[in-house]
Design a protein around this ligand. Sequence first.
Ligand SMILES: NS(=O)(=O)c1ccc(NC(=O)NCCO)cc1
Ligand SMILES: [Zn+2]
Length: 257
Amino acid sequence: SWGYEATNGPSKWGASFPIANGDRQSPIDIVPGNASHDPGLKPLKLKYDPSTCLEILNNGHSFQVTFADDTDSSTLTDGPISGTYRLKQFHFHWGATDDRGSEHTVQGAKFPAELHLVHWNTKYASFGEAVNKPDGLAVVGVFLKIGNENAHLQKLIDKFSVITNAKTQTTFVDFNPATLLPGCLDYWTYLGSLTTPPLYESVTWIVLKHQITVSSAQMAKFRTLLFSSNGEAPCCMENNYRPPQPLKGRVVRASFK
Ligand SMILES: NS(=O)(=O)c1ccc(NC(=O)NCCO)cc1
Ligand SMILES: [Zn+2]
């Protein structure tokens, strides 16, 4: 099935998922000079309850932290969206080296990694119902840049030895995703898609302007995870990012001047 190798990677996804060539695909290159400041955009309102954190898993494409989403305990409201969106999971994309790895780029600049906090619109009954609706999902994207060791990311990294292989998981409780956000929540927003198959055009993207830090040694730990399952030839989990897609006339709005 799909992956990130030459044989099954982003350039091949269109064969099985024709929406790959659609009009609102993600990620994109964000050009700040072309983004229009919208004074009507509200500040993001993120309310996260650490007790909704359930587990950390390797799904063969990334590692993911999953949350209980049966109540409005961990939600995204305001910002560019209307209504209430519940946090379902967060995951990352990263490179084989520190010079690439993010999915969105900023005026062509790549970051070593990108965090995605995935929320679904509670006007639908579940994530599964929301995932293919045009207003179904809202994903907050946060760029990682190389700098000081990040103690909050280290809590995730400390679990990697137990989820090295694809399709493994372990308990992970009392983690506050807000610790992975920068102090300033200024953002760019545009209408896009899932960045992995099935590539549904269901995402209101909210990409933060400010980054969080990760050390180079911590990035090296990300690359100790495997795309492969136990017993298969080990294949390092790295370069699990889709490159920027055509803007096709879309407008990117900025929440800041
Ligand atoms: N990289 S991304 O656009 O944030 C993304 C988020 C969720 C999905 N898919 C998903 O959550 N499917 C439900 C089973 O995990 C795919 C891509
Ligand atoms: Zn993602």
